[in-house]
Design a protein around this ligand. Structure first.
Ligand SMILES: Cc1cc2nc3c(=O)[nH]c(=O)nc-3n(C[C@H](O)[C@H](O)[C@H](O)COP(=O)(O)OP(=O)(O)OC[C@H]3O[C@@H](n4cnc5c(N)ncnc54)[C@H](O)[C@@H]3O)c2cc1C
Length: 477
């Protein structure tokens, strides 16, 4: 759905500013398509606005952003164009750009988190003479438009997902333009390297995985749809299978691929339906954030405001470093630190462990994920943390406390995942891999493992921690 302000093509020759944010792609990009279609010169710009989102982009996501902007610049060059880089508050930067280029119009794709919306409004207000076109490009259905028969927002995923599936028809594919008309003179641009988005000394991202940018997103989708989709309903829960899920989350996060393209390309069989359901969860998160903008900071269930979370810096640090003594938790936290990504099943396990076993406020875990995930997303991250904590509207019930040992044995039975990320346990037989502290002495000896020296003893007694959590949660009712 496009939104319009101002006359159409008032000044036939004046350039169009094309403002990129979380839509770093050429194909299926409605703002780009409109700008190209005017036949006017187009000035593509990315404004590095630290306050664009509710908070500064996390370190891992900044790493991804660098690669994505680099890729976009190369793609624009192939159209005879380029990406202008500016920093500062978006409104000031775009006013300056409009002045320098004599622009007559602004085109962009809308965002839905509260601070991005504020910025959009400020930009539009500060450029009263420009024709403004904005579009929805980041979700299957525009956040705010999927409503119950009474016109209220859905609060539970299942009916939301049904309504979305029933009402959604993917738009037809929209290939990139062959060329973008360049302005007579290009305005100056900052240098990406000067933004310091990537670490150098030390380069903690040297083992980060993924290929940021639209070409990487398209090949990831193509490979997944061809090779792995059929097994998805089962393999999605196997963290040891590197091809069990699509790994599209950072690409979707930065808008390097349209979600409706992903939806269409996977087809409509049983496996595809399961996969489409996950894409619908992504829409649900944006929908919730649109209707409940305080979701990123407040418990969605106010009863939890009375919860007395534990202050436990040592426990939190063991969790962040993957040194809790629970192998599946430690494997997940180390995968996150090393690669910038963690498998969904393990995200649920480590979140449950932090909130229920350690009784640490979900917001602390959410902030750690925000800094460490290449796909860190204000809507997805908070909705899922609130789901795991039981504080969300449609959340796991508080009495569901994952047992990290049983979860490990169930979802990583052959230990492929734990052996990769917790190599000091690699020589333990499967039988003891997820409960090393319970292994008989001779088994530990054979594996060359001393608990407390090579690998920590569990930092909590899970059964006792579970009882403590249930009592605290029950008291809130
Ligand atoms: C505590 C916690 C925090 C999370 N934080 C984030 C986050 O910051 N950013 C993020 O993109 N996802 C987050 N997720 C959701 C999910 O873990 C990731 O989207 C998924 O692991 C990405 O891997 P994939 O692309 O291979 O997923 P696939 O299984 O291939 O799924 C395809 C796509 O569907 C979407 N999706 C899948 N599961 C979910 C979900 N539960 N909620 C919303 N969208 C989903 C993602 O866009 C994903 O790329 C979080 C989950 C938990 C439990």
């Amino acid at each position: 759905m496009s939104q319009v302000r101002g006359g159409t093509h008032a000044d036939g020759g004046a350039p169009v500013i094309l403002w990129f944010r979380r839509d770093l792609r050429l194909a299926d990009n409605p703002a780009l398509d409109w700008a190209a279609g005017t036949g006017r010169p187009v000035v593509p710009v990315y404004v590095h606005d630290e306050a664009l989102e509710a908070r500064r982009l996390g370190a891992a996501a900044r790493w991804w952003l660098h690669g994505s902007l680099d890729a976009l610049d190369a793609q624009l060059a192939s159209l005879g164009s380029r990406l202008i880089l500016m920093s500062g508050p978006s409104a000031g930067a775009l006013v300056e750009l409009a002045g320098v280029t004599g622009a007559g119009a602004l085109a962009f794709n809308r965002l839905y988190d509260p601070s991005a919306r504020e910025r959009e409004a400020a930009v539009v207000e500060m450029l009263p003479d420009l024709e403004v076109r904005s579009f929805c490009a980041g979700w299957l259905r525009e956040p705010g438009t999927v409503l119950t028969a009474q016109g209220a927002p859905y609060k539970v995923f299942t009916p939301f997902g049904k309504a979305l599936g029933a009402s959604f028809t993917p738009p037809p594919p929209c290939p990139p333009p062959d060329r973008l008309r360049a302005p007579v003179t290009w305005p100056g641009s900052e240098r990406l390297a000067d933004w310091g988005l990537r670490p150098c000394r030390p380069n903690w991202a040297s083992a980060f995985e993924g290929d940021p940018g639209e070409p990487g997103a398209l090949s990831q989708l193509e490979g997944f749809a061809r090779r792995c989709l059929e097994t998805y309903p089962v393999s999605r829960d196997a963290p040891g299978d590197p091809r069990g899920t699509s790994r599209l989350s950072p690409h979707l996060r930065f808008g390097e691929i349209a979600p409706w393209r992903v939806w269409s390309e996977v087809g409509s069989g049983r496996a595809a339906a399961k996969f489409r359901g996950e894409l619908a969860w992504r829409d649900f998160a944006a929908h919730l954030l649109h209707h409940f903008p305080r979701m990123t900071v407040d418990n969605m269930r106010p009863a939890f405001d009375r919860m007395v979370w534990r202050t436990d810096p040592a426990g939190f640090e063991s969790w962040t470093r993957g040194q809790t003594g629970f192998p599946i938790v430690d494997a997940g936290m180390r995968q996150l630190w090393t690669t910038g990504w963690m498998h969904n099943r393990v995200r649920m396990i480590v979140a449950s462990f932090l909130v229920k076993d350690l009784m640490i406020d979900w917001r602390e875990g959410e902030a750690w994920f925000w800094d460490c995930l290449v796909d860190a997303d204000p809507a997805n991250n908070t909705m899922n943390w609130q789901w795991a904590a039981g504080t969300g509207i449609d959340a796991a019930p508080y009495f569901r406390v994952f047992n990290p040992v049983l979860q490990g044995e169930r979802f990583d039975p052959d230990g492929r995942y734990v052996r990769r990320w917790v190599p000091e346990l690699a020589r333990l037989p499967d039988r003891w891999l997820h409960r090393p502290a319970e292994a008989p002495r001779e088994v530990l000896d054979r594996a060359g493992l001393v608990i407390g020296r090579d690998y920590p003893a569990p930092i909590v007694d899970h059964a006792a921690a579970r009882t403590r959590a249930l009592e605290a949660f029950r008291a809130l009712k």
